[in-house]
Design a protein around this ligand. Structure first.
Ligand SMILES: [Zn+2]
Length: 170
């Protein structure tokens, strides 16, 4: 018989592996000059979609990593609802992305760094667990937060040094 502790340890290990995939997407986004945020959507133990933040390259203000991953996953699965899915993302999602996850009925969200300036899972709003809404999302925060946050810090530090664009939340 496996104990409770072992079970949650296994889950954490699996979560960590998926967060590494999200981090790889974030690094890819950074290489394109995008704010480094990456997401991967997992259903039935497999990655159905993965994406990096791309609003600048796509000229699309909605092209956050989470939205792109949700769109890819829904298209691939042929279903606009993803009730078995876990979305892993390196940064706490904004209100738009939390809204999209609620629409998709995503079961679980695992994110890395908190976003004190636009986070809507915990920092500014708690849209995953608002009793007025008709869906709840289980939220796990802070997984590999330091690694996820450092990627953003480094990106904004370099951008400031280069004299381009305004700073981000870090
Ligand atoms: Zn977003």
């Amino acid at each position: 018989m496996t104990g409770q502790g072992e079970d949650s340890g296994d889950i954490m290990e699996v979560d960590g592996q998926w967060m590494q995939v999200a981090l790889a997407e974030a690094r890819r986004a950074a290489a394109q000059g995008e704010v480094p945020v990456g997401a991967v959507l997992v259903a039935g133990g497999v990655a159905v979609a993965a994406a990096g933040n791309a609003p600048i390259s796509l000229n699309d203000p909605t092209a956050h990593a989470e939205i792109l991953a949700l769109r890819q996953a829904a298209a691939r699965l042929g279903n606009y609802r993803l009730p078995e899915a876990t979305l892993y993302v390196t940064l706490e999602p904004c209100a738009m992305c939390m809204g999209a996850m609620l629409q998709a009925r995503v079961a679980r969200l695992v994110y890395g760094a908190d976003d004190p300036k636009s986070g809507a899972a915990r920092s500014l709003y708690t849209l995953g667990e608002d009793p007025r809404l008709n869906h709840r999302i289980v939220v796990v925060r802070g997984l590999m937060a330091e690694e996820c946050g450092n990627l953003l810090k480094e990106f904004f530090r370099r951008r400031r040094q280069a004299g381009g664009g305004p700073g981000g939340p870090f």
